[in-house]
Design a protein around this ligand. Structure first.
Ligand code: UD1
Ligand code: CA
Length: 461
């Protein structure tokens, strides 16, 4: 059997009341369509087609290589959508699994069960028993329990409306039978062709259609509005927490750890309450993250300790300490053993191994060497408001920058140099030189120190 997965994602999602197409709304950090694509990939489908319509170009841009976009224009219903996929597929596959782009809680195991339940029949349908079936198509069964068809809410009689078994909208079809039936679907009062009608037409041909009840009703919930979006997000995040805890990550207050599906966290890391770990973030072993910390698209090596801080597109090597109340922005790179204290901001800069920056400092567009001591209130003046340009600062190994040093870029502070408190450095500082004043002038050579590393860590602060 060769399997094609067809994901229907052409609808507008009117009830979201959004400029963003529904299937691109993020759920636990991924556009919801990605979960359907992941499920398709887990099944090892020979072909994966995504039917697009509303804002097709925008949705197409998130498709992975290998997923084929099919345009449905105009959008005349779920039956019509599958017809467009048929035109692209031809007779390439003999089994067709239909998914929606708005059901991120579906598990691949459920889909496998649906596929194997079909056996040689024309179709299998995923069903769910919901206490409140409002809005869903209802499953019609005959006296013997065989599936007779599906009726949509709008067309259901009052007896049919009390049926609590609903159509999840996920089907596995034998391709030949499906392609045979599809062109003959009736058009409904709303001018649409319903894929659900295939079930009654197949059942009429005498071979039974199998209804497969889903074990976990959460899996059946589609997202149509923002209330359902919030509920689905909560369920998915709880799954992520459990996956991580079972893999050796401690979450001290699981309900207040918000971790995206895209994040990777190694064992023996402890996540403290009220912490957000987002996007393409990876965190190594034995870290302590939080409380009250937000980490976005960042790479953190093992043994790091981050408290009450915000990290965006930052890289931390091993055993780095950050916070409380520090802000690492895009391109911040802290080498092993670097230490950032409170109210420190680093942007697009590399801080070498063992460099310390404890209080109220800003380093931007800079290269800072190893074992540099950055005392309170040091600032790289990297932006020239007259030229509207940013300039680089170079601070070499073992430099000690005194409190309130202003480094007016572009500027270089040579190896082992020292700046006095309040220096405004407008010219390059030669190595092993003490400068001081406004603008900073050389006053003498640095006195011999026992070792540059130990003097740097004491600094002038
Ligand atoms: C559909 C089912 C209903 C089922 C419910 C489960 C039909 C007629 N009804 O209703 O029985 O209980 O799903 O959630 O199928 N789409 C297209 N092209 C179109 C129309 C829709 O690609 O022309 C896509 C949408 O983007 C969406 C999916 O098909 O991903 C379902 O469409 P939607 O309008 O949400 O169907 P429901 O009314 O929820
Ligand atoms: Ca729907």
């Amino acid at each position: 059997m060769s399997l094609a997965v067809v994901i229907l994602a052409a609808g507008q999602g009117t009830r979201m009341k959004s400029r963003l197409p529904k299937v691109l709304h993020p759920v636990a950090g991924r556009p919801m369509l990605e979960y359907s694509l992941q499920a398709a990939a887990a099944l090892g489908a020979a072909r994966t087609l995504v039917v697009l319509g509303h804002q097709a170009d925008r949705v197409r841009s998130v498709l992975p290589p290998g997923a084929e976009a099919v345009l449905q224009e105009p959008q005349l219903g779920t039956g019509h959508a599958l017809g467009q996929a048929r035109a692209v597929l031809g007779d390439a596959c003999d089994e067709i699994l239909v998914l929606y782009g708005d059901m991120p809680l579906l598990r691949a195991g459920t889909l496998r069960a649906l596929i194997s339940a079909r056996q040689n029949g024309p179709a299998s349908v995923l069903t769910a028993r919901l206490p409140d079936p409002t809005g869903y198509g209802r499953i019609l069964r005959d006296g013997a329990g065989n599936l007779r068809g599906i009726v949509e809410e709008a067309e259901a009689t009052s007896e049919e409306k009390v049926i609590t078994e609903v159509n999840c909208g996920i089907y596995c079809f034998q391709a030949a039978r499906l392609w045979d039936i599809l062109p003959g679907l009736p058009r409904h009062a709303d001018a649409e062709y319903y894929l659900t009608d295939v079930i009654a037409l197949a059942a009429e041909q005498g071979t039974p259609v199998v209804g497969v009840p889903v074990g976990d009703p959460d899996e059946a919930s589609g997202i149509n509005n923002r209330v359902q979006l919030a509920r689905t997000d909560a369920v998915l995040r709880q799954r992520i927490r459990e996956r991580l805890m079972l893999a050796g990550v401690t979450l001290l207050d699981p309900s207040s750890a918000f971790i995206d599906d895209t994040a990777v966290i190694a064992a023996d890391t402890v996540v403290h309450p009220n912490t957000f770990i987002e996007g393409r973030t990876s965190i190594g072993e034995g870290c302590i993250i939080g409380p009250n910390t937000r980490v976005v698209d960042s790479t953190i090596g093992q043994g790091c300790h981050i408290v009450f801080s915000v990290l965006e597109e930052a890289t931390l090597e091993e055993n780095v300490r950050v916070g409380p109340f520090s802000h690492l922005r895009a391109g911040a790179h802290l080498c092993s053993g670097a230490y950032l204290g409170n109210y420190a901001e680093v942007k697009n800069s590399r801080l070498g191994p063992g460099t310390q920056m404890h209080h109220f400092s800003y380093i931007g567009d800079a290269r800072v060497g190893a074992n540099v001591n950055i005392a309170a209130g040091v600032i790289t003046c990297n932006f020239n408001s007259e030229t509207q340009e940013k300039y680089p600062t170079d601070i070499e190994d073992g430099v000690a920058l005194g409190s309130d040093t202003m480094l007016v870029a572009p500027v270089l502070v040579g190896r082992g140099a020292v700046t006095g408190a309040g220096s405004v450095v407008t010219h390059d500082v030669p190595p092993e030189t003490v400068v001081r004043g406004v603008p900073a002038e050389a006053v003498r050579r640095v006195r011999p120190r026992r070792s540059s590393a130990s003097s740097a860590s004491k600094g002038l602060s």
